[in-house]
Design a protein. Structure first.
Length: 397
């Protein structure tokens, strides 16, 4: 018996099986916004189908709230918006379900309409991941608006669909994919970001450069130190083109990889470059290494593996380490040893469905996937990297 009108298909005379087929459009927006708290801007008021309501629940990083909270309150008052503001001190050490539960309790106490009143999150990648998970879980999905205030938020955490928290000492072990979002990119926030957190974001930009965009690598090589010093703001020294081009190429490159594979049906993902060993390294070193710093250490390791395999020349690998230094990124951490990397690779194999699927750079601006990295290779890569990093420390001392 077949019922084609309802879309439910039964394949026997007795009704014992229903097969449900449904599709849902996936669409979210990432929008440039010059000054999100400008009273003339309506982005936060009209965001995510929220034009019919004048109530907003806002989760904001406590440090960002100290710097911009007064302007934010004035903005909402100007537009007649009743805003419940929850400042949170969030870092990797409290990126967990307890924090998600706290947020949900506060949302429940405020009370929001399920579709008309999107949750707003303002801050870096960690708080966006946590609030994104809370929004996805709350009433099985409440739209949310992301306003990243860090560089890593602008180019990485704020442009994809992943949410997540750490669990059982594992990075992002619990999480979801959630596309009901709008991201507003306001580079003005970077003016108040410290140098280390700018470097942290540059680690994710460098990732895109190494795996698919040699021109972006050239930009980082030429302007990286200026981007750090000027905090991606327009200046006579830096000019508008370098900052804008760097951000645009990084975001475009990231989205080109994410869009055709949002739900990670294909586990060979170029954007996993720098994320094979880094989750374990980051959690082992917590809270000493930021995410982008751990990614940089991972990329330094895999640069050495690629060099030993003849995929990169010695000159290219030296150029990569030199650019990392210009960007203020680490290439070494004292927690590193071959056994740690072997355990990290075992964990990654489980995450990637039984294979390494390890991206390695091919020169600068291209990559390939391998499944046969050995413990001996890891040991040799660490030895070469330690020597190169120690030599560079002597040169800059």
């Amino acid at each position: 018996m077949t019922d084609s009108t309802s879309g439910l298909v039964v394949r026997s005379s007795r009704v014992d099986t229903w097969r449900v087929h449904a599709t849902q459009e996936v669409a979210y927006e990432i929008r440039q916004c010059d000054d999100v708290f400008d009273p003339d801007s309506t982005d936060l008021v009209h965001a995510a189908r929220g034009a019919g309501s004048r109530r907003r629940f806002v989760v904001i990083d406590s440090r960002v709230n100290e710097l911009y909270g007064a302007r934010m309150v004035e903005y909402f008052d100007h537009h007649g918006v009743e805003a419940r503001i929850l400042p949170l001190e969030v870092d990797e050490t409290v990126k967990n379900l307890d924090t998600v539960t706290r947020i949900v309790r506060e949302i429940d106490a405020f009370g929001i309409d399920r579709r008309r009143e999107p949750i707003i999150v303002i801050g870096g990648g960690v708080i966006m991941d946590v609030v994104g998970l809370a929004a996805n879980l709350y009433r099985r999905g409440t739209p949310f608006v992301r306003v990243p205030t860090t560089l890593i938020g602008l180019v990485d955490a704020g442009v994809g669909v992943k949410t997540g928290v750490n669990f059982n000492s594992h990075k992002n072990r619990l999480g979801t994919y959630f596309d009901k979002s709008l991201t507003l990119l306001d580079t003005g926030f970077l003016a108040s970001l410290d140098r280390r957190h700018l470097s942290n974001g540059l680690g994710e930009i460098l990732k895109i450069a190494l795996i698919k965009d040699r021109e972006l690598f050239v930009l980082l090589d030429r302007f990286g130190a200026d981007l750090l010093r000027e905090r991606f703001q327009n200046s006579d020294r830096l000019g508008r083109r370098a900052a804008a081009s760097t951000l645009q190429r990084a975001i475009q490159g990231m989205l080109e990889e994410l869009q055709p594979n949002l739900w990670e049906a294909n586990l060979e993902r170029l954007v996993d470059y720098g994320h094979t060993f880094s989750p374990t390294i980051e959690m082992r070193a917590l809270p000493e290494l930021l995410h982008g710093e751990a990614v940089a250490v991972d990329m330094a390791i895999t640069t050495m593996i690629a060099t030993h395999r003849g995929l990169m020349s010695a000159a290219e690998s030296a150029s990569v380490l030199n650019v990392m230094a210009k960007l203020g990124l680490p290439t070494w951490d004292d927690s590193l040893d071959a056994d740690l990397l072997a355990r990290a690779l075992e964990e990654t194999v489980r995450h990637r469905d039984g294979q390494q699927r390890l991206p390695l750079p091919v020169g600068i601006g291209a990559a390939t996937f391998v499944n046969d990295v050995t413990h001996q290779e890891l040991d040799a890569a660490l030895s070469s990297l330690h020597s190169a990093s120690y030599s560079k420390e002597l040169q800059t001392a």
